[in-house]
Design a protein around this ligand. Structure first.
Ligand code: COA
Length: 320
């Protein structure tokens, strides 16, 4: 059987930092409220003219370098994003062109904050069935472009960034299982107020709209259930996973999932304080951070999980 394993990781955060103090000057909020309710202190924002593909390219090049391969070795490009550069071509095609690789399949996956888990699942299935040998899987976002900067209930949450992995065919198991779900009946709780064929009410750019408290409660419950599903599918008990690498939406959601897994917070990769919610980019950003600082080592078991608009939710259990 062909397995798939992560050969290398990379990430990129734009230079500009927006602190809670900066937000205090923009909307009626406080550093204390933001930190207590979310765990976020600052977030990175793309510069004017810096696109999702620009961030994706930096993360991708770092992942290729870490994997010890060149772009020419890649035969599948998947970008998970909610904030593509253009309606079309896909950001994956734009990235493929930047990397000067031509001909291999390249496409975007849109599952909002669960996008990276979806993309990883798709790449894993390509590799297992022999459809690809080495995939570049990227989560990249410029959420700042769809944030309503006058809405204090959402503008404090989001940031920009990108993370990437090279996933390659291997003889030994890397990804052990993936679990994807969606339920569109929750579409109004976390959405944008318009898009392409459905115009925004007052014209112009669509913005994020969220019923935060309801999303919070459902996220905690749903992520608890997917932890159970993932452990059961692998015949594992709570507490045996080495690291939880969660989507970074709210520190309180992350803590609840860690409790469900019976993992102390020292075994949870948390980047939310410095990065906010970077949607599809948050898991590969967290993964790369912990690989590069030496916390996550080869042979350790990781549980990746995410919840986002749709609703979508998913997890992956893997040996790094
Ligand atoms: N600063 C100060 N007060 C704020 C505020 C801000 N930035 N944003 C909202 N408030 C106020 C509200 O107006 C409300 O005031 P009221 O009681 O006078 O009506 C009060 O704070 C409580 O609001 P509520 O929405 O109930 O707070 P909360 O504890 O649920 O925290 C979130 C809000 C958004 C931080 C939280 O609900 C959350 O993280 N939700 C999930 C987000 C998420 O995961 N989204 C993406 C999934 S990928």
């Amino acid at each position: 059987m062909i397995h798939s394993r992560i050969a290398g990781t990379g990430s990129y955060l734009p230079e500009r930092v927006l602190t809670n103090a900066d937000l205090e000057r923009m909307v009626d909020t406080s550093d204390q409220w933001i930190v207590e309710r979310t765990g976020i202190r600052r977030r990175h924002l793309a510069a004017e003219g810096q696109s999702t593909c620009d961030l994706a390219e930096q993360a991708a090049r770092r992942a290729l370098e870490a994997a010890g391969v060149t772009a020419a070795d890649i035969d599948l490009v998947i970008v998970a994003t909610t904030t593509p550069d253009r309606v079309f071509p896909s950001t994956a095609c734009l990235l493929q062109e930047r990397l000067e690789i031509h001909g291999c399949p390249a496409f975007d996956v849109q599952a909002v904050c669960t996008g990276f888990v979806y993309a990883l699942d798709v790449a894993h299935r390509f590799i297992r069935t022999g459809g690809a040998r080495r995939a570049l899987v990227v989560g990249a976002e410029t959420m700042s472009r769809i944030v309503d900067w006058s809405d204090r209930s959402t503008c404090i949450l989001f940031g920009d960034g990108a993370g990437a992995v090279v996933l390659e065919a291997a003889d030994e198991a890397g990804i052990l299982s993936t679990h994807l779900h969606a339920d569109g009946s929750y579409k109004e709780l976390l959405t944008t107020d318009g898009g392409v064929s459905e115009p925004p009410p007052e014209g112009g750019q669509p913005h994020i709209r969220m019923s935060g408290n309801e999303v919070f409660k459902i996220a905690v419950k749903t992520l608890g259930a997917i932890v159970d599903e993932t452990l059961a599918a692998n015949g594992l008990e709570q507490g045996v996973v080495d690291w939880l690498v969660p989507h970074q939406a709210n520190i309180r959601i992350i803590q609840a999932t860690a409790r469900k897994l019976k993992l102390p917070m020292e075994r949870v990769i948390v980047t939310i304080e410095d990065q906010g919610n970077t949607s599809a980019a948050s898991i590969p950003l967290a993964l790369d951070t912990a690989v590069r600082d030496g916390r996550i080592r080869r042979g350790e078991t990781l549980l990746l999980e995410a919840f986002g608009g749709g609703f979508t939710w998913g997890s992956a259990l893997l040996v790094y």
